[in-house]
Design a protein around this ligand. Structure first.
Ligand code: GLN
Length: 474
């Protein structure tokens, strides 16, 4: 197997010494992808194009004109548009659809000479936590092929985990970068809402959606944030906050105040080995001189319902555009306009997406709007304010990323709410719009990766990254 690099800096060292070329790296990743097609991580591999671009980057490296990401081979989640390439959101309704423009993310990656090696499998329209809602089937976890990858950016996480690429870009609406990263033993980073342009990302729930890197090192996460973040005339929700050089400004964090959720240790719903990992880190942090205190979050029981009311409401509106006319699949059984809409949507969307469109339409309907949607908006505000007030007193909130390690494939819950509840720890940062990162915290006794999550204040990604780097070295 090809050499396993944990950071772009290591690759750059080997490129400089002539030990590897970018083309050689791409070839190695392509071989690894071919050896592992059974994992189902990619919906499409851009094999020829990646090799051609690699040769171009090699010559720019020789000339000294290469960009910051030269040597970084990246996979993108299949809901990120790349001009002239297919994009499907892993849905039948978009199967065969080609992007007519590139997302800002893709443009910025390419401008810095990253190589995009393919588009990764995900839950259909990023709705899910197991990657099992994909039209193209589930993604298998590299650590245990009978287990799920997590979701919705499951293919992206497995591609990084199994060294099929160096890093990946996923999207996170309620945990979809962080949770699969934790199931796969890699880093998943969701920046502050409004840091990275959503232009050219297939929308799920627009007031939550945020792209983020999946990497092996904090340095790479920082570097990708600095390349991707910042003003974009195509996304008016983007912050105009200055984008600093996150990767070169990584430094010792100093002594911090950290809160952890009491319930993540006391609740019977959290796996005992995850509790043990969390307790171990709490002890290490205390021993190293940080202040670590338990807190209770009074809105804990409201996190998941609030997220699912708002996310499905937004999804029902965002997915109205897939009507059999504008995009993708059109039912061959349609006879008129009405049946074109009905049949194309009924045949084109999968079960989970339909469930969410119906739920979202219900909570927005005239008779129920105040009882559900309006109330959830108010609850979201309370959750955000409470999260912010905790973060005035503490620098970070520490939680498990997920209550359990990777589930068995096919263990479909009869009640979808049981699966939704597994998002309990990730949706808080999404509702509050604050940055959060999932960090690998060893494996359990079955060899399955575990992840812990840190949250901090809006736009304080530098502090979060500094602390994350230190945390991984504890
Ligand atoms: N599991 C959550 C959901 O199904 C989060 C998905 C996401 O972040 N895209 O909505």
């Amino acid at each position: 197997m090809a050499k396993f690099y944990t950071s772009l800096n290591q690759i750059k060292g080997d490129l400089r010494s002539g030990e590897v070329t970018v083309r050689g790296l791409v070839k190695n990743y392509l071989d690894q992808i071919k050896r592992n097609t059974h994992l189902n991580a990619f919906n499409e591999v851009f094999e020829h194009e990646a090799l051609v671009r690699a040769a171009e980057v090699d010559s720019r490296l020789e000339l000294g004109t290469a960009g910051k990401l030269a040597g970084m081979v990246i996979a993108i989640k299949d809901n990120i548009c790349y001009k002239g390439h297919k994009v499907s959101a892993s849905s039948k309704i978009l199967d065969g659809f080609t992007s007519i423009y590139s997302s800002t993310i893709v443009e910025r990656l390419l401008a810095e000479d990253a190589i995009i090696i393919g588009r990764c499998n995900c839950d259909e329209f990023a709705m899910g936590a197991t990657n099992e809602s994909s039209y193209y089937g589930p993604v298998k976890n590299y650590a245990d092929n009978t287990r799920v990858s997590g979701g919705s950016s499951g293919g992206s996480a497995v591609a990084v985990q199994s060294n099929m690429c160096h890093a990946a870009i996923g999207t996170d609406t309620g945990g979809s970068v962080r949770q699969p990263a934790s199931f796969c033993g890699v880093i998943g980073f969701k920046p502050t809402y409004g840091r990275i342009s959503r232009h050219g990302i297939i929308a799920y729930a627009s007031s939550f959606d945020q792209a983020g890197p999946i990497t092996h090192s904090v340095e790479d996460a920082a570097l990708l944030l600095e390349v991707l973040a910042g003003r974009d005339e195509y996304d008016s929700t983007l912050s105009s906050k200055e984008v600093t050089s996150f990767s070169t400004e990584l430094k010792e964090p100093g002594k911090k105040r950290i809160a952890y959720l009491q319930e993540s240790i006391s609740s019977p719903g959290v796996d005992p080995e995850i509790k043990a990992a969390l307790s171990e880190y709490i002890d290490k942090l205390r021993a190293d001189g940080h202040t670590v205190k338990p807190i209770s979050f009074e809105y804990l029981d409201y996190l998941v319902p609030t997220y699912y009311i708002l996310a499905t409401a937004e999804a029902s509106s965002n997915l109205a555009r897939y009507d059999g006319v504008h995009y993708g699949y059109r039912s061959p059984n349609a006879t008129d306009l009405q049946s074109t809409y009905k049949r194309s949507r009924s045949e084109g969307f999968g079960k989970e997406v339909k469930r969410r469109i119906m739920l979202g339409t219900f909570v927005l309907s005239a008779g129920y709007y105040d009882a559900y949607y309006a109330k959830a908006q108010k609850t979201r505000r309370l959750i955000r304010e409470k999260t912010e007030s905790i973060l005035e007193e503490y620098d970070f909130i520490l939680t498990p990323t997920a209550p359990e390690p990777a589930f068995a494939i096919g263990k479909e819950e009869k009640d979808p709410v049981v699966t939704y509840l597994s998002d309990i720890f990730t949706v808080q940062a999404s509702l509050a719009g604050v940055p959060a990162i999932s960090l690998p915290a060893g494996n359990n006794s079955k060899g399955l990766p575990l992840g812990l999550q840190l949250l901090t204040r809006q736009f304080e990604e530098q502090e979060l990254l500094n602390f994350s780097k230190y945390f991984l070295e504890l």
